[in-house]
Write a protein that binds this ligand. Structure first.
Ligand code: ZN
Length: 280
């Protein structure tokens, strides 16, 4: 696990074990708010021990940005901490969480002890503002990666904890491409953001935020056209393998190359979607 600081009071933890997943923590005058956990309990425990040893008070809240296990598998370690999330996140965890957790346990024995936890404080319409010890955390639903994806903006620090709404390649297999574009556009409207903590990979600094988000939007538009051409030409799935990630404006390098698999999965999902709908 790698640890860094993006402001005086905000810490970011990055997994060494799985896809450079990030979790964050905001230290306030009245305790600590944690945003997401790391994929494996071993790393979440290290993060929790570090935060409890900071001398900044107790961990008061844990926020789930969306239901995916790589961000929520550590929730069970935060006993006595209020778990906060969007109503859609709670619903997705109740509906899909147990089955996907069981599947993950079968492939990763390290997850054996993990117990499913569901947010006990939820919000439904509009944004939610969580005020604690001089910090205001604005939680905004930004569907796209998943229907329940939420970003957290720390207003005093101007730091955006974006989770998987901003990552080195937008990945919408569990969500919706068009919603993703709308959500990314809404993030561009926040002004004077100092940094964006991505759900996977490196922290974005002020000078690069606009460009990175814009290139994600462009990617989501370009791949639609590329897949549509394949479908219109009556070509099979194999043709998707020839749509190179770089020809869609994105690098093949981030997340140790994992982005190429995400890219192919995006193309496949789009293809399935287009061919299903054209068959009526
Ligand atoms: Zn993720």
């Amino acid at each position: 696990m790698r640890r860094e600081r993006v402001s005086d009071d905000i810490y970011v933890f990055t997994s060494d074990l799985y896809a450079q997943v990030t979790a964050s923590a905001v230290a306030t005058e009245a305790g600590i708010i944690v945003i997401d956990t790391l994929p494996f309990p071993e790393e979440t425990r290290l993060m929790k021990d570090f935060l409890e040893g900071l001398g900044r008070g107790k961990i008061r809240y844990l926020i789930n940005t969306h239901w995916h296990g790589d961000h929520t598998h550590g929730s069970f370690l935060f006993e006595g901490v209020q778990l906060v999330g969007h109503q859609k996140c709670a619903e997705a965890l109740l509906e899909l969480g147990a089955v996907t957790l069981q599947e993950s346990k079968e492939s990763s024995p390290e997850l054996e002890d993990v117990e499913l936890k569901v947010p006990d404080i939820t919000f439904d319409e509009g944004d939610m503002l969580l005020h604690l010890g001089g910090k205001s955390l604005q939680m905004v639903l930004t569907p796209g990666h998943t229907p329940d994806s939420t970003v957290v903006y720390v207003q005093e620090d101007k730091v955006f904890l974006a989770a998987d709404t901003v990552m080195p390649l937008p990945y919408f297999v569990w969500g919706n491409r068009e919603d993703f574009i709308t959500s990314l556009q809404s993030i561009l409207e926040f002004d004077s953001v100092e940094s964006v903590v991505q759900g996977h990979g490196e922290v974005l600094l002020r000078g690069e935020i606009q460009e990175v988000i814009q290139s994600s939007i462009n990617y989501l538009e370009v791949i639609y056209e590329r897949v549509k051409r394949v479908v219109d030409a009556g070509q099979g799935l194999a043709a998707l393998g020839r749509i190179d990630i770089e020809s869609c404006g994105m690098s093949r390098i981030p997340l140790n190359g994992l982005v190429q698999d995400l890219h192919q999965a995006n193309l496949y999902a789009l293809y399935q979607d287009m061919t299903n709908s054209s068959q009526g």
